[in-house]
Design a protein. Structure first.
Length: 282
């Protein structure tokens, strides 16, 4: 039985690849992007199985309108994929106010707009899945990506809360965390004038690694798309789906370090409670 998907950010990269794979296997896709004409070739090939909508996810009113139009046109939508994203590669001091605002407006507020617009329709139909695309950078950090991390850590906190709120309605949510993958995203990263003060810091080291090619992209975009499709087909709804060796290793190392730091401060944490009889477990 064909599945109907709503996907943001389908002009290139993971969103485009997922759209192509789904159409090729017979599913229906509502694809949204800033320039719908980019998908004219797919529309000619797949006809009314591809619905397209012009959308900038930073425009909340437009998100509500386009999501409503997609549900009206397709009748029901089984899977909503929050994929649109924007990244800035710069140290904290180097990025401009405009770049910072666009990262937050796209990755955090844009994703929130889509979820809020889709939920009334998903509740009304009594079923559905939301896939919130983040990255390994939703749980760990790398120099020069502070504002990207701010948006991704933020949306993961939002998505985790939403997952608990919507479960009683028969709606599942999974946070999808791809690692570094050659999708063209790195080439599309916004940059800023380099400050020489950061050349001999971790920020400078990562910048040189991207420039000389030593910053590896170990994952396969096609396999990531396949894993996402398999997840939906299998019916499982884990809260998080790590995809990539770097995602697994980096996130695991981050979680282990955070847990060790938390445990190291257990006694001081308990020292501030009102009841003196409440003490840290042995």
């Amino acid at each position: 039985m064909a599945t109907t998907w709503f996907i943001t950010g389908t002009s290139s990269g993971f969103g485009r690849l997922l759209t192509e794979r789904l159409l090729a296997r017979g599913d229906r896709v509502a694809a949204t992007l800033r320039r719908p004409e980019v998908l004219d070739g797919l529309r000619a090939e797949y006809g009314d199985r591809l619905w397209t909508g012009r959308l900038d996810v930073t425009d909340g009113d437009a998100v509500r309108r386009v999501v409503g139009e997609a549900f009206a046109a397709l009748g029901s939508i089984d899977v909503v994929v929050n994929n649109a994203g924007y990244g800035v590669f710069a140290s904290v001091e180097e990025a401009s106010d405009e770049q910072i605002r666009r990262v937050v407006d796209t990755n955090l507020l844009g994703s929130i707009h889509v979820v809020r617009a889709a939920l009334p329709h998903l509740r009304a139909q009594g079923h559905g899945r939301i896939l919130q695309v983040t990255t390994a950078g939703g749980q760990t950090t790398y120099p020069n990506f502070a504002y990207y991390h701010a948006s991704k850590w933020g949306i993961e906190g939002f998505a985790e809360t939403v997952a608990r709120e919507i479960a009683p309605f028969g709606i599942g949510l999974t946070i999808v965390e791809p690692g570094a993958t050659p999708t063209g995203f790195a080439a599309a990263l916004a940059t800023a004038p380099v400050m020489p003060e950061y050349e001999d810091t971790p920020a400078g080291q990562v910048r040189r690694a991207l420039t000389d090619g030593s910053f590896t992209l170990p994952n396969d975009a096609g396999k990531i798309a396949g894993a996402v499709i398999d997840l939906v087909d299998g019916g499982a709804t884990p809260l998080r789906l790590p995809l990539g060796s770097d995602t697994y290793e980096d996130v695991r190392a981050s979680l282990v370090a955070r847990l060790a730091e938390l445990d190291a401060h257990r006694d001081v944490a308990y020292s501030v409670v009102k009841d003196p009889e409440v003490t840290a477990p042995a």
